[in-house]
Design a protein around this ligand. Structure first.
Ligand code: MIC
Ligand code: SF4
Length: 643
């Protein structure tokens, strides 16, 4: 039997486990990346492991999220990351060098290799044929130390691309179509592979737009073949030697197959408040808009920016619209400046931002009250923009540019002849903002600098013999880590300060949650399906741990979040019968008799509602390794115990 692309890479990197779907497997990781909003925790954990030098082929620490620096906190974090990177063998991508995924794609990603990053959009590297996965900071720290990365062996989902995109239809429309077809849970437990004759019509950055937003499908990752287009991209980046050819075998078996006819696609938009709430732009045409934001790791490549510049050239952004543009990297930014396209953007009235995540993570540019914002980003979760009642639509750069000029939702295909853009043959290479670490024998020369905002990491405890506590929060389906631990200008500065961060936990759902959790001394959270989807932020486990959460019961969990819960000693359990969700209400007194024993070796437990005597069967779907971690009270204790 032949192998799929992902199976080939997994086979090459398999450390333990069997490659059968649903089994836990351990992988050797070639490269890691971190960004600053998750990086401080990851490096604190790396330091706690007492390892001198990273053992990966390459590890890079990027600064791209918290670049607003309204106070000293983030600048201190940047300094901490810079010094820790220099000491321990990690390259440091300085603020101003760009968004981690865009820079990594340009300068470091390699077909056939494995990458984990403390950011859920690490699958962007799948555009170049790399197996890139998002992970919690602790898992990244372990991988930096040469440790194994564990996942559940995914099923394989194939998407056949046929035909070629029409004018004004972009790669974003491809992934929005896939999201429309499969939904935000459609990729859970799977790897999405793209195949078919349509693949060769897409450039590497276009492929990366598609694999980037595979994160929104809940997929473990997404990947494209590595072919002549990949080779040309690597050549244009001056690193042709990183090329290897990679495709699936003709007799590879997929668990599910879908087809997308690129030539039939129309411009699409994901409507509030979920990336899979997809409609045709033509159905939304004429709706008044207030804001347009172009950029983010999904759509900030040279190709995207040149397209937007060509569409805006000689025009003026509509007076009722505020347009922001953030190029993805210094490479893109300087090339835009040199070819004059930046002038076209500025002249049109675009507000040019630095090459960072910016508005995507709510760092500025929050829309007006109830404002309609069109964004080329990947997430439109409630309140993520920083304005609670904003209506955020996710669209392609083409739709964004057309609408910014018109002041209303505009289908770009109605504009007629498409302006021609010329992609440069070679990209401008200047890695002067990548700081190299010191040689191993000089590392003692670096003093790691820690600002006062960096507070100790809370440490979990072994599970109680019997768990008796209150249901402190009941939430619905598709709860994101943005609900659990919001981001934005007010909160992000405290990513290294869990006590302060706890004041914001779950406040999107319930303003009183932090206070209540503290007063009650913690308890259990009950969730619906796909609990913890979205970002990889381990703060969504760390902060509930700090507030005393002992277990989360849900109908189902998202992959990265469940790993983070286990890493910090919070026990995830699913309802055997999802309808039992209705038997419990916030404030009910709960009991799980024999809790510690169940964590140690049972696949089932009983949740008793002492308030109304209802009962529900819970499933503990845990590997032996995960049970040991939970019994130790989390991965840090587990590692300290010599594992
Ligand atoms: C996001 O897009 O939500 C983030 C911010 O990049 C997160 C990481 C974080 O919360 O720091 C992610 O996607 O993992
Ligand atoms: Fe940054 Fe947004 Fe990409 Fe997250 S999704 S890495 S916040 S640009």
């Amino acid at each position: 039997m032949g192998y799929t692309i992902a199976q080939k890479i997994i086979k090459d990197h398999l450390v333990c486990g069997e490659m059968s779907v649903g089994q836990e497997i351990g992988l050797r990781i070639d490269q890691t990346l971190t960004q600053d909003a998750t990086g401080t925790m990851a490096y604190l954990q790396f330091e706690a492991m007492g390892i001198d030098r990273v053992k990966t082929e390459l590890s890079v620490a990027y600064i791209d999220h918290n670049t607003l620096q309204a106070g000293f906190e983030n600048a201190d974090d940047h300094r901490y990351i810079q010094t820790v990177a220099k000491k321990h063998g990690i390259r440091f991508s300085r603020p101003g060098n760009g968004i981690c995924h865009q820079v990594h794609l340009e300068r470091f990603a390699k077909p056939g290799k494995t990458l984990i990053g403390s950011d859920s959009h690490t699958p962007t590297a799948g555009g170049i044929g790399m197996l890139g996965m998002g992970a919690g900071g602790l898992d990244v720290a372990v991988a930096m130390g040469g440790g194994t990365y564990y996942i559940t062996m995914p099923k394989m989902i194939k998407i056949n691309l046929i035909g070629a995109l029409s004018d004004y239809v972009g790669a974003k429309d491809v992934i929005l179509e896939v999201l429309r077809m499969l939904g935000v849970k459609g990729g859970v437990g799977g790897i999405v592979e793209y195949a078919g004759e349509g693949v060769k019509t897409l450039s590497v950055p276009q492929r990366a737009t598609i694999t980037n937003m595979g994160a929104e499908l809940g997929a473990t990752t997404s990947i494209f073949p590595s072919d002549e287009v990949t080779k040309a991209f690597l050549k244009a980046e001056g690193r042709e030697e990183d090329y290897i050819e990679l495709s699936s075998d003709a007799d590879a078996i997929y668990d599910a197959e879908y087809t997308v006819d690129l030539s039939q696609l129309q411009p699409l938009a994901a409507c509030p408040h979920s990336p899979d709430n997809v409609k045709k732009v033509s159905e939304l045409s004429g709706m008044k808009i207030n804001q347009v934001c172009i950029g983010s790791c999904t759509n900030s490549s040279m190709q995207d920016m040149l397209t937007v510049a060509a569409m805006l050239k000689g025009k003026t952004v509509h007076p009722d619209v505020s347009l922001s543009i953030s190029p993805g990297s210094k490479q893109v930014y300087t090339m835009l400046a040199e070819c004059g396209a930046l002038t076209d953007l500025i002249n049109a009235g675009a507000r040019i931002l630095e090459c960072a995540c910016g508005p995507c993570i709510g760092m500025g540019f929050s829309p007006q009250s109830a404002g309609v914002s069109l964004r080329t980003f990947n997430r439109n979760f409630l309140a993520r923009s920083g304005t609670a009642d904003a209506q955020v639509y996710l669209v392609s750069p083409e739709t964004a540019a057309a609408s910014a000029v018109a002041g209303v939702f505009t289908d770009p295909t109605s504009l007629g002849v498409v302006p021609k853009i010329e992609m440069p043959e070679a990209f401008k290479i200047n890695d002067n903002l990548i700081e190299m670490p010191l040689e191993a024998d000089k590392m003692d020369a670096v003093t790691v600098e820690r600002g006062p905002n960096i507070k100790p990491i809370p440490i979990g405890k072994a599970p109680a013999k019997d768990l008796v506590c209150e249901l402190i929060l009941k939430v619905g389906d598709d709860i994101t880590t943005d609900h659990i631990m919001p981001a934005g200008t007010k909160v992000l500065p405290y990513r290294s300060n869990v006590p302060k961060l706890s004041e914001f936990c779950f406040t999107v759902c319930d303003k009183n949650f932090p206070e209540r959790a503290k007063t009650k001394g913690g308890g259990i959270i009950l969730g619906g399906v796909n609990y913890g989807q979205g970002s990889s932020r381990e703060h969504a486990a760390l902060v509930p741990l700090y507030l005393g959460v002992k277990a989360v019961v849900a109908k189902s969990f998202a992959r990265i979040h469940v790993a983070n819960l286990i890493n910090f000693g919070i026990v995830p359990m699913t309802l055997a019968n999802p309808d039992d969700y209705d038997l419990f209400a916030e404030g009910d007194q709960l009991e799980i008799a024999g809790f510690a024993d169940a964590v140690a070796n049972a696949t089932e437990a009983t949740l008793v509602n002492k308030t109304n005597e209802n009962r529900a069967k819970l499933l503990l779907n845990l590997s032996a390794r995960q049970r040991e971690i939970l019994l130790a009270g989390g991965c840090l204790n587990y590692t300290k115990n010599g594992r």
